[in-house]
Design a protein around this ligand. Structure first.
Ligand SMILES: [Zn+2]
Length: 288
C-alpha cells in the first residue's frame, strides 16, 4: 500500500487539518504542518513509500483528540479516528547551521503493542540547503522515519528487547540477532550492539557506529555514506511486531570503522529522538 500525502502549507496551529476524504488505509500517512520545499516533499514521499514496502501491520483505528501544540509546536488540533501511523513533518528553525539537523518525537503509541500511532519529524530549516547540497536529505528522512515507526525506546523497552548497561547496551530481539549473525560473524561481543557513546544505555535508539559503520540507523550520516537499510534493522522491526519484507533490504555487511579506515563523522544524528513529554497511550477502537 502506498502512503498518502496531504500537503498543508503554512498551516497555523489554530487550524484543524481534516482527515483526507475517503479515509486512510495505508501504513503511514504524512501531513505537513509548516511550509515545506519540493525537495522535502519528494524526500518524505520517497522515504514513506520505502518504509511502506518494507513494513506492514494492521495496527487498528485510533481516536486522536488533542489540543493544538499538544506534542510539538505547530501541531494542529486533532479530532479524528486515524488508521495506523499519522506522521507530521515540519521544517522550522532548530539550532542554526549545523548542530542538530532533524529530530523525531513520538506523540502517541498504541496500548496494544507500543508502536507509534502519532509521530513528528522536524527538519532544521537552517540546514536544509546544506542537506540538499550534500545529498543527505533522503538519508536523514529515512533515518528519522525509522524512529517515527518505532526504533525508539518508547516502543522497544516495554517489550524487554534490550540488555546491558551504558558500556555495552544491546538489542536482544531474536530476528535482529539472527540477521546480525549473518552479517557480522566476526563480532565476538554480545549482539546486537546499540550505540554506547551517549551514556544512556539501551535508551539510545541507534546501532553502534564503531561496529556497524555505514548503516541507516547509526547516529551518523554524511557524504559518501550509503546509509543502507540492512536486514538487521528490518529484523528489529519484525521483533517489534511488524510484518517485514526482507527483500527490501539493501546490500550490507557489518564493516567496523577501525584504524586508518575510520571515517570521521561529518554529520551527527545523535540525540535526535526528543522527548518533551511522555507519549500518550491510545487504544484502537476495535480489536485487531
Ligand atoms: Zn537517530
Amino acid at each position: 500500500m502506498l502512503s498518502s500525502t496531504v500537503v498543508c502549507l503554512a498551516c497555523g496551529s489554530d487550524k484543524v487539518i481534516p482527515p483526507p476524504s475517503g479515509g486512510f488505509n495505508g501504513q503511514i500517512e504524512v501531513r505537513y504542518a509548516s511550509d515545506i520545499t519540493p525537495e522535502v516533499q519528494s524526500a518524505v514521499t520517497s522515504a514513506a513509500a520505502r518504509w511502506t514496502r518494507a513494513l506492514s501491520k494492521n495496527m487498528g483505528d485510533f481516536p486522536l483528540n488533542s489540543a493544538a501544540n499538544h506534542c510539538f509546536v505547530g501541531e494542529p488540533q486533532l479530532s479524528e479516528t486515524h488508521h495506523n501511523l499519522l506522521l507530521f513533518v515540519t521544517v522550522t528553525p532548530i539550532d542554526g547551521l549545523n548542530g542538530q539537523l532533524a529530530y523525531t518525537q513520538i506523540c502517541s503509541v498504541s496500548d496494544r503493542d507500543t508502536l507509534p500511532v502519532l509521530s513528528h519529524i522536524r527538519l532544521d530549516r537552517a540546514d536544509l540547503d546544506s542537506m540538499v547540497a550534500r545529498g543527505v536529505l533522503d538519508d536523514v528522512l529515512m533515518h528519522e522515519m525509522g524512529h517515527a515507526l518505532g526504533f525508539v525506546p518508547t516502543s522497544y523497552m516495554p517489550k524487554a528487547l534490550t540488555a546491558g548497561g551504558t558500556d555495552d547496551p544491546r538489542f536482544v530481539g531474536a530476528v535482529a540477532q539472527s540477521e546480525f549473525a549473518k552479517h557480522g560473524a566476526w563480532y565476538t561481543g554480545a549482539r546486537v550492539p546499540l550505540e554506547n557513546s551517549a551514556g544512556v544505555g539501551p535508551r539510545d535508539p541507534h546501532w553502534r557506529f564503531t561496529v556497524f559503520g555505514d548503516e541507516l540507523m547509526v547516529p551518523v550520516v554524511g557524504p559518501g555514506f550509503k546509509s543502507p537499510l540492512s536486514s538487521i534493522t528490518l529484523g528489529l522491526f519484525q521483533d517489534l511486531g511488524y510484518t517485514v519484507d526482507f527483500s527490501q533490504a539493501d546490500p550490507y555487511e557489518v564493516v567496523p570503522l577501525f584504524g586508518d579506515n575510520r571515517v570521521v563523522p561529518e554529520t551527527s544524528l545523535r540525540n535526535d529522538v526528543v522527548r518533551t513529554k511522555a507519549p500518550t497511550f491510545v487504544s484502537p477502537v476495535a480489536a485487531y
